[in-house]
Design a protein around this ligand. Structure first.
Ligand SMILES: Nc1ncnc2c1ncn2[C@@H]1O[C@H](COP(=O)(O)OP(=O)(O)O)[C@@H](O)[C@H]1O
Ligand SMILES: [Mg+2]
Length: 223
């Protein structure tokens, strides 16, 4: 059954049925308020749907909390405000690793932290406060922290928003290059980015997916 989620009278997600193939990069486009973030929230477990089901590799995850889905291999990039601006890059990474373990009191494995930061070129910046990073570096850190979980599918909500226009392409190339084999669901406004990086594009309007098209056709869809 397709996914639905309302907030009061607002049908944020109003009957979405969609599959994501292994290893594919699915872009989700649509106007503000069309339900893209709510869909990501449902898939990641931040929100529970009013109706409908979510399956991951045949396992019904509809009622599993976010951390249980992370264990199975579904991760999302954290929203920027969830980075602790006053703490260092390394401290933020340690918190992310700890969170993945349900905040158990076991000490965080320094190797996991180092791996995540090295993979995304942030190890040299480990002792800097996050507040001193560029917007692009914060976005990359945000994604690096999600990747600590070694996800099979990664949900990226506007990975290039707040990044300067001239840096968006480079950022995506960098990120996508480090996520080979990981299925990606990417909410993205910039159609140049969508065309360059997506395998398929789902177009959302008023809580529904109104079309699924190849990236070359997305400009015709009057997004
Ligand atoms: N937590 C919430 N409480 C009330 N309304 C919400 C909430 N989250 C989203 N909405 C509403 O749901 C609709 C879809 O929002 P959203 O999923 O954020 O869209 P998008 O990411 O495509 O801009 C909008 O009308 C928005 O105002
Ligand atoms: Mg949104």
């Amino acid at each position: 059954m397709s996914l639905r989620k309302s907030f009061g009278g607002v049908k944020a997600v109003d009957g979405v049925s969609m599959d994501v193939e292994e290893g594919e990069r699915l872009a989700v486009v649509g106007p503000n308020g069309s339900g893209k973030t709510t869909l990501i929230n449902l898939l990641s477990g931040l929100l529970k749907p009013d109706s409908g089901d979510i399956y991951f590799k045949g396992i019904r995850v509809t009622n599993k909390p976010l951390h249980a889905r992370v264990k199975l291999g579904i991760a999302r990039s954290f929203q920027l405000p969830s980075l602790y601006q006053g703490l260092t890059v390394r401290q933020n990474a340690a918190i992310a690793v700890s969170a993945l373990r349900g905040f158990s009191l076991r000490p965080v494995d320094e190797e996991d932290v180092r791996d995540a930061l090295e993979r995304f070129g942030l190890w040299e910046k480990r002792d800097l406060p996050v507040g001193s990073l560029s917007e692009g570096e914060k976005k990359i850190l945000d994604i690096a922290l999600a990747v600590v979980a070694r996800p099979k599918v990664l949900l990226l909500d506007e990975p290039t928003s707040s990044v300067a226009e001239e840096n968006k392409f480079e950022l995506m190339e960098f990120v996508v290059g480090r996520l080979k084999g990981v299925s990606l669901v990417i909410v993205e406004h910039d159609l140049d980015i969508v065309e360059a990086f997506a395998d398929r594009v789902a177009v959302m309007h008023s809580g529904r997916i109104t079309a699924v098209v190849p990236p070359g056709e997305v400009r015709r869809m009057a997004v």
